[in-house]
Design a protein around this ligand. Structure first.
Ligand code: GLY
Length: 422
């Protein structure tokens, strides 16, 4: 199959790698890709966020499937433009992608579908925000409605900080003040064909920059899968997945179909688990990063056929995804200054040494080739993924790998998947 992957992160590198693991051989093209993806795919310079350009390119090149990595092209209508021209695409149209693009839209769909989530108040003025902060109480949760590059959500016990965050984002339009939900976070992905949903394996990501969940929010500094504590709480991981499928993914996809905006692509359910209580904190309309880097290495069934079946509205014609028992841990290397300031371009050393280690894969994100030198060009530079029989081995391998890589000013967390046993 001739597949075009849109995006340039370690998530897209993981997607490309999973496609190359299929028995069926695929021809991969990536726009824009990065130095790692370049080893698996032809890189092209079309603008992934331009619906017309992507559709023209896909048609002219005989692309049989487009896989959209990040949310921005989805919200720009890239999937709509492809579908209008008859190109199969794994990714929702702009209207269904609002499940990620507008937190108020997501809350409305959840209410209509009867999906468990926290209380939320949609406010348009400082006075309304103040009343909502008072009624929902501390810790305060204040969210910008639209995409905000990871800066839209504030969780704080400081009322003044909550007020200031609300005032800032109210300048851009209405915001949400939400009930705080205590518990552990889980990311669970569902492949959707507009009607049916099939689950992938659960993962957990680490969103803060520093060890012990301290410091600023980031795009994600690490992830692991499976989640042994989830199996303990629910008897088996499959029991948890089944609850989320029936109480969250199926009702949401059904509701979107009823509203005339069917969801075809990856529904990312961001969940909070407290005991056996499961609630939704957010949805995304695409694969998570870095969770994808630990979910896809565990996939044992064909990936391309799964995505193509979803794009074609025919998930019932492929067997459900199968995952191996082994574990995967991803640790992200970020550049100096991330996420506050744009890191400078700097050389990366030790990539080959890391990749030669058993059970270690280096997935590139913000990298580029300058002659024979690979350089870091941005915030999250790469993910190092360790795989092994259990989380302990996978974790040791991920850290052994990332410790071979040298980047001046590089930042990483040392506590990904720590203390989870074997
Ligand atoms: N890991 C969080 C995200 O992909 O949005």
């Amino acid at each position: 199959m001739r597949v075009l992957i849109l995006g340039s992160g370690a998530r897209e590198h993981a997607i490309a790698l999973a496609l190359t693991a299929d028995d069926e051989q695929h021809e991969l093209i990536a726009a824009p890709g990065n130095a790692g993806i370049a080893r698996l795919a032809e890189l092209v310079t079309i603008d992934p966020g331009d619906p017309g350009e992507v559709a023209e390119f896909a048609l002219s090149q005989g692309v049989e499937l487009v896989v959209v990595g990040p949310e921005a092209p989805l919200l720009a209508g890239v999937a709509d433009a492809l579908r209008e021209r008859g190109v199969p695409v794994f990714g929702p149209g702009r209207a269904a992608a609002a499940i990620e693009g507008s937190k108020a839209f997501a809350k409305r769909v959840m209410a209509a579908a009867g999906v468990p989530t926290g209380k939320a108040v949609h406010v348009g003025t400082a006075a309304e925000a103040e009343a909502a902060l008072e009624s929902l109480g501390s810790p305060y949760v204040v969210k910008a409605d639209g995409l905000a590059a990871g800066k839209g959500v504030l969780v704080t016990e400081d009322r003044e900080a909550a007020r200031a965050h609300a005032a800032h984002w109210l300048e851009a339009g209405p915001i949400l003040v939400e009930q705080h939900l205590a518990g552990r976070e889980v990311s669970l992905f569902f492949v959707c064909d507009g009607d049916r949903v099939v689950p992938l394996a659960p993962a957990q990501d680490a969103k803060r920059l520093g060890d012990g969940d301290t410091g600023p929010n980031t795009g994600g500094m690490g992830a692991y899968s499976p989640l042994p504590w989830l199996a303990q709480a629910f008897g088996t991981e499959a029991a948890f997945v089944d609850i989320v499928q029936r109480s969250v993914a199926e009702p949401v996809v059904r509701q979107l179909a009823v509203e005339g905006t069917p969801f075809v692509g990856l529904l990312y359910c961001g969940l909070i688990v407290h005991g056996t209580d499961v609630r939704v904190i957010e949805f995304n309309a695409r694969f998570g990063d870095p969770e994808t880097q630990v979910v896809l290495p565990r996939l044992r069934s064909p990936f391309g056929a799964l995505l193509a079946a979803a794009a074609g509205g025919a998930l019932d014609r492929v067997p459900p995804p199968v995952f191996g028992d082994e574990a995967a841990v991803a640790v992200v290397l970020a550049g100096e200054g991330y996420p506050v300031s744009a890191p400078p371009e700097r050389p990366l050393h030790g990539l080959d040494e890391a990749e030669q280690l058993a059970g270690v894969t280096v997935l590139h994100a913000a990298t580029a080739e300058r002659g024979s030198q690979v350089v870091a060009t941005g915030g999250r530079v790469l993910s190092v993924v360790g795989t092994g029989a259990g989380l302990l081995t996978a974790r040791e391998r991920a850290y052994a790998g990332i410790d071979r890589i040298r980047l001046q000013g590089g930042q990483l967390r040392r506590d990904i998947a720590e203390g989870l046993g074997q």
